[in-house]
Design a protein. Structure first.
Length: 209
């Protein structure tokens, strides 16, 4: 994100983030279903950006590799940006409220609470992760090398690094203590969908699955 340019309005920031992603408005519509004319109106500030829209756009741009929050879309406050490595704990009530809001406005976001320590120390017991669901098997190859929520054919959700895929079969690995790929424990799953992790909420150790 180029902070050397003053991005005054939410439309400015959405326009800048879309251009940084390398997508035209037409490509953005094809990939995420946002109407070209609607997007143009938002970027030109002819349409206002509500909190609900800001949540959707932040999820999309995080999926594309940015590191932003709805607050950045609305106010430009970079200090509120949250990365996967954020070290401070966020109030559980605020997190649940944000998650409930996202669930109401987008049916394509997958959530998962971490219920073991197999991906520790990056993801710990009780943490919540989320990402945009990808059902199209032909697109799975685009997420090789990324951390994804994978739902297996039997309905189990797991968090793993995607190593390779063949059709609906996903080869996954854990991360070792140095957060590197642990190739000694690769597993292959037949999957319903995958969702690249774009948000990570750190939760108090008192939270239990």
């Amino acid at each position: 994100m180029n902070n050397s340019i003053k991005l005054v309005t939410p439309g400015d920031r959405i326009h800048s983030l879309r251009e940084e992603s390398g997508l035209s408005r037409t490509e953005f519509q094809k990939k995420f279903g946002v109407n070209v004319d609607t997007l143009k109106s938002i970027e030109l500030d002819r349409r206002s950006v509500t909190e609900e829209k800001a949540v959707i756009f932040s999820q999309i741009f995080n999926h594309l590799g940015s590191d932003i929050t709805p607050e950045y879309i609305l106010t430009g406050d970079v200090e509120k940006n949250i990365s996967e490595h954020v070290s401070s704990y966020i109030d559980d009530f605020i997190i649940e409220r944000e998650i409930d809001l996202i669930k109401k406005i987008s049916k394509n976001i997958v959530f998962m609470r971490i219920c073991d320590d197999t991906m520790s120390p990056r993801f710990n017991y009780g943490d919540i992760v989320a990402g945009i669901k990808i059902n199209n098997i032909s697109l799975f190859k685009n997420f090789i090398g990324t951390l994804c929520i994978v739902e297996t054919i039997i309905g189990e959700k797991i968090l793993r690094k995607v190593v390779s895929n063949k059709n609906e079969y996903i080869e996954c690995s854990l991360l070792n203590s140095n957060m590197l790929q642990d190739t000694h424990n690769n597993q292959t799953f037949k999957s319903k969908y995958i969702a690249q992790v774009s948000r990570h909420w750190l939760i108090s150790d008192l939270v239990r699955c």
